[in-house]
Design a protein around this ligand. Structure first.
Ligand code: PEP
Length: 251
């Protein structure tokens, strides 16, 4: 059985001081919820505080990006080894905001995913179409291509350290959520692509999340879908009550 993973993406929000408070408030609320893995992907500067506050809880800490080189003259970048040493277990790779604002391409997403996995991290690889692409009727092709490039050179064994997050760009931070059927349809397309690349058994094991304006009100319907194995949650992960409700919906 594949894992359900509920991951928050704090983006560029929360200071280290607020991080400790947030996790101390969240931890008792979700302590008994063991049907989903719970992850908070926090800004780099919040990692130390997050790891300390989450110690001994069922909350794992993730980062929001990783560089693809092991070390070297890459001013401002953070390596996978640095993340591992700081206690991070997951890292988001190829979020659409990084593709849109920071020149991320399918190729760099692949390089980052491999660097993360080789260091022992679980890579949450984001794929998803823009509104224009959806209206053009090419969602399946776009998402299939992003998935195929992201997984280049990743073995079936390494696939166990991969989560794919289907995040339609038009639904991120817009309040426009995909219907449960739309989310499930594309997650199933991704699973079929993975089955072709690897095997049906490997694809059946892969956690595929939906992300895009998931909140306390719509999480249950989305998470009930057969191919949706969790959520990547932006805005609603910044409030303890909302994030707790989403984790609860995964039960
Ligand atoms: C995200 O940042 O991955 C995301 C899904 O954001 P939001 O939930 O705010 O749409």
């Amino acid at each position: 059985m594949r894992k359900t993973v509920i991951a928050g993406n704090w983006k560029m929000n929360m200071t280290a001081a607020k991080t400790g408070e947030f996790i101390k408030a969240l931890a008792p609320e979700v302590a008994s919820m063991n049907n989903a893995d719970i992850v908070l992907c926090v800004p780099f500067t919040d990692i130390a505080a997050a790891v300390e506050a989450a110690n001994g809880t069922n909350i794992a800490i993730g980062a929001q990006n990783v560089h693809f080189k092991e070390n070297g003259a890459y001013t401002g970048e953070i390596s996978a080894e640095m993340l591992v040493e700081s206690g991070v277990k997951y890292v988001i790779v190829g979020h659409s905001e990084r593709r849109q604002y920071f020149g991320e391409t399918d190729i760099t997403v692949n390089l980052r995913a491999k660097a993360a996995i080789n260091a022992g991290l679980t890579a949450i690889i984001c794929v998803g179409e823009t509104l224009e692409m959806r209206e053009q009727g090419i969602t399946a092709e776009i998402v299939a291509m992003q998935t195929k490039v992201a997984l280049m050179g990743i073995s079936a064994e390494q696939l166990k350290k991969v989560i794919i997050a289907y995040e339609p760009v038009w639904a991120i931070g817009t309040g426009k959520v995909a219907t449960a059927e739309q989310a499930n349809e594309v997650c199933a397309i991704i699973r079929n692509v993975v089955a072709e690349l690897y095997s049906k058994a490997d694809a059946d094991e892969l956690t595929i999340q939906y992300g895009g304006s998931m909140n306390a009100g719509n999480a249950e319907a989305l998470l009930a879908m057969s191919d949706v194995d969790g959520g990547l949650i932006g805005g609603a992960s910044l409030k303890v009550t909302d994030f707790t409700a989403i984790v609860k919906a995964a039960q």
